[in-house]
Design a protein around this ligand. Structure first.
Ligand code: RIB
Length: 294
C-alpha cells in the first residue's frame, strides 16, 4: 500500500466569527449585516485540514483554550482526520478571528490568545513530531520564536519547509535561509522584498495572486501558473487551501510547477463555499475538477 505523506503544520487555531454584509462599516458607523456564522479557522488549522482532506497524514502542533471554542475545534479537527495529539489546551482563551465578508472579499482581526503559547520551548517539546515529517508548513499567526524553532528542527532533519508569511512581519535572514518555499500574496511579497537582497529569495518565492494565479521563478525565468476561473462566494482560506495542496503535491514528488497548478485547483474549489474550510476539496474532487477543466 502507498505510504501516506506526513505533513506537519505548526500554527494557529482560531474560531472564525464571520459576518456577511453588503457593506463594510466606516469608523463610528453601525450597519445591519446579512448573516452570521461561526467556523473553525486559523491559518494553521486551515492548512492542516486542507492537506488532510487531500489524503495526507497530517499532524497539527498548536494551542487552544480550555473553553467551548477549543472543545468544538478539537472535535472538528479529529473528524477531519487531523492528528491533534500535539495540540495542547492552555489557560488563555482559544484564538478568535472576526471576519467581515463583503462581495466575496474579507477583512480580518485576529486575537491570538492561546496561539501565543506556541513558543520556542513549546515547539522544542514537539521536536520528534517535526523531525520525522516529510513536509513542515508554518505561518505567522503564532510567535515568531515558535516558527523559527520549528524551521530550525526541520532544517536539521532534512524536512522540506513551506513558510506562508501571513500576516507579514519583518523576518530574519536566517529564517528565510532555512526555508525551502515562501508563499506570500502580492502585498506580503512587496514587504518581504523590502531591504532584502534578491538572492536571498531566489528560487523560494511562490507568489499567490488570487484570480491572476501564481508566480514562480524557475531556471532564471518568471513563470505564471494561471488560476482556475470559478464563481467565488468567499475567498477566506483560499491561500491556506493553496498551501495545503502545494504541500501534498510536493510531498508526493510532483514538480514545483505542477504542484502549484494543483494548489490553484484546491484554492479555487475552496472559494465556492462560505467559510475557510467548508469548500476545501478531497483528492477525488480535485481530480474530477482538473479533468473537467483540462
Ligand atoms: O487565512 C484565513 C484565516 O485567517 C481565517 O480562517 C482566520 O482565522 C485568519 O486567521
Amino acid at each position: 500500500m502507498e505510504q501516506k505523506p506526513k505533513i506537519t503544520v505548526v500554527g494557529s487555531i482560531n474560531m472564525d466569527l464571520v459576518t456577511i454584509t453588503s457593506q463594510v462599516p466606516k469608523v463610528g458607523e453601525t450597519l445591519f449585516g446579512n448573516r452570521f456564522q461561526m467556523n473553525p479557522g486559523g491559518k494553521g488549522a486551515n492548512q492542516a485540514v486542507a492537506a488532510a482532506r487531500l489524503g495526507a497524514h497530517v499532524q497539527l502542533i498548536g494551542c487552544i483554550g480550555k473553553d467551548d471554542f477549543g472543545q468544538h475545534i478539537m472535535k472538528h479537527l479529529k473528524n477531519e482526520g487531523v492528528d491533534v495529539s500535539n495540540v495542547e489546551p492552555v489557560t488563555d482563551s482559544t484564538a478568535t478571528a472576526t471576519i467581515i465578508v463583503a462581495d466575496g472579499d474579507n477583512s480580518i482581526i485576529v486575537v491570538p490568545a492561546a496561539n501565543n503559547y506556541v513558543t520556542a520551548d513549546f515547539v522544542e517539546s514537539k521536536r520528534d513530531a517535526i523531525a520525522t515529517s516529510d513536509i513542515l508548513i508554518v505561518q505567522l499567526e503564532i510567535p515568531l520564536e515558535g516558527v523559527q524553532k520549528a524551521v530550525e528542527i526541520a532544517k536539521e532533519n532534512g524536512v522540506t519547509v513551506i513558510l506562508n508569511p501571513a500576516p507579514i512581519q519583518e523576518l530574519p535572514s536566517e529564517l528565510i535561509h532555512n526555508v525551502d518555499y515562501l508563499t506570500p500574496n502580492e502585498h506580503e511579497q512587496t514587504l518581504l522584498r523590502q531591504g532584502r537582497n534578491e538572492e536571498e529569495l531566489d528560487g523560494k518565492l511562490i507568489v499567490t495572486m488570487g484570480s491572476q494565479g501564481v508566480a514562480i521563478r524557475e531556471g532564471g525565468k518568471d513563470i505564471r501558473i494561471p488560476a482556475f476561473k470559478i464563481d467565488v462566494v468567499d475567498t477566506t482560506g483560499a491561500g491556506d487551501s493553496f498551501n495545503g495542496g502545494l504541500a501534498l503535491a510536493l510531498s508526493k514528488g510532483v514538480p514545483l510547477r505542477d504542484a502549484c497548478y494543483y494548489g490553484n485547483a484546491v484554492a479555487a474549489m475552496s472559494t465556492t463555499k462560505l467559510g475557510a474550510q467548508t469548500g476545501m476539496p478531497t483528492a477525488a474532487e480535485v481530480e474530477e475538477f482538473m479533468k473537467s477543466r483540462a
